[in-house]
Design a protein around this ligand. Structure first.
Ligand code: SAM
Length: 360
């Protein structure tokens, strides 16, 4: 039987080193040691644990939602290479037999790279007989069952793949860890999808009615041409859009947007009735973090979503330092918050951070 002693983490192509640095750091905090293997632009990192049982601990106990650069996380063994073209299924079943009781879902996945995309058709076709075979062997439930683990196959080429699984309570619910969002034709910029994705990732659906409800006031710093403002307007909020640049005229016609041609670092709300602060200004991460900290300490907003742009080399360290600083400064003022950060699918050289103030 294969030992499942590694975990795979999907990430944005080009961010493999950050993903590897993060998992190594976070595993070490749990006294779990191993080494990360990455190649540039492959869209994933592998962390091999020195103690094989530690991989199981990681996929259960290291909260997936707290990882910044990982889109998905699951346990695997060695790569199955040179799968026979006439029967790729038997070796896969051999790996899964005995290591998983019964799974409730199957995802046949690929790296999010140009090479990976060429395998899309193959994976789609292969899923059908594989699913049937896994059901016949009672490794996969007859119908989708969200309470059971998810089997992942990760194809590197059409005869090599990793086989493993994740737990539903501790993974991304999306195929390849990517939420599929449709670009709204009337949105002023593609960045609109960044804020929409942030809502999906950071805010539980059962709380949308409360936290994204109509009538809330929002401030959008660096708003032009209006992609983020569009998301807030769509949810019937009133938006103070701060930017020297122009705002999309259709958004302005809604009457829900007040445009101030001011410096986002100097703007102060006149009334204390702002629920959302969102900020997409291209500036040094430390300067943006300081600004958001000021807003939260001053009690000018209840929740904030902002981007930290990462043109520098040590990107994991940069994000970590800024989040620590934010946390420390708010702690010193006894302001209770929940902080989440993720490199979203629609993010490029950046990560998105969410902060929610919590009272009592
Ligand atoms: N979120 C916008 C959207 O979805 O359409 C795109 C924002 S764009 C990435 C960054 C914006 O920040 C630019 O329009 C720029 O004018 C604005 N910006 C940069 N520095 C600023 C500052 N100090 N004050 C106000 N706006 C600023």
């Amino acid at each position: 039987m294969q030992k499942l002693n590694k975990i795979i983490l999907y990430c944005r192509s080009g961010f493999e080193k950050e993903c590897a640095a993060e998992i190594t750091d976070r595993a070490a905090q749990k006294n779990i040691f191993g080494f990360a293997k990455v190649k540039d632009n492959e869209g994933y990192a592998i962390f091999e644990c020195y103690q094989s049982e530690d991989a199981q601990i990681l996929i259960k106990e290291l909260a997936f939602r707290t990882l910044i650069f990982a889109r998905q996380m699951f346990i695997v063994g060695d790569m199955l290479a040179n799968l026979p073209t006439e029967d790729r299924i038997s070796p896969i079943i051999d790996v899964l037999t005995g290591c998983i009781d019964k799974a409730g879902d199957l995802r046949v996945e690929i790296p999010d790279t140009n090479e990976g995309k060429e395998l899309t058709g193959f994976c789609r076709k292969f899923t059908v007989p594989l699913r049937q075979a896994l059901r016949n062997k009672q490794i996969l439930s007859k119908i989708h069952d969200a309470s059971k683990p998810v089997i992942h196959l990760f194809f590197i080429n059409n005869n090599s793949c990793y086989v493993g699984y994740s737990y539903n309570q501790n993974n991304s619910p999306f195929y390849m860890g990517i939420p599929r969002l449709r670009f709204p034709n009337d949105a002023p910029s593609r960045s609109t999808l960044k804020l929409e994705e942030a809502f999906h990732i950071f805010i539980p659906y059962e709380e949308w009615d409360e936290r994204l409800k109509s009538g809330l006031n929002a401030v959008d710093l660096g708003a032009s041409p209006g992609g983020w403002t569009y998301q807030l307007v769509k949810r019937s909020m009133i938006v103070y859009a701060i930017d020297n640049g122009t705002m999309n005229s259709k958004l302005m016609e809604t009457g829900q947007v007040k445009h101030y041609r001011e410096d986002g670092f100097k703007f102060e709300p006149k009334k204390h009735n702002i629920y959302w602060l969102v900020c997409d200004m291209v500036e040094k991460p430390s300067k943006v973090t300081e600004l958001i900290t000021k807003w939260l300490i001053s009690g000018w907003c209840r929740e904030a979503i902002f981007n930290l742009k990462l043109p520098m080399k040590k990107r994991y360290e940069e994000v970590k330092q800024n989040l620590q600083l934010l946390n420390e400064k708010l702690n010193n003022k006894h302001i209770n918050v929940q902080i989440q950060a993720k490199q979203l699918y629609h993010d490029r050289e950046e990560v998105t951070v969410h902060v929610q103030r919590i009272w009592g």
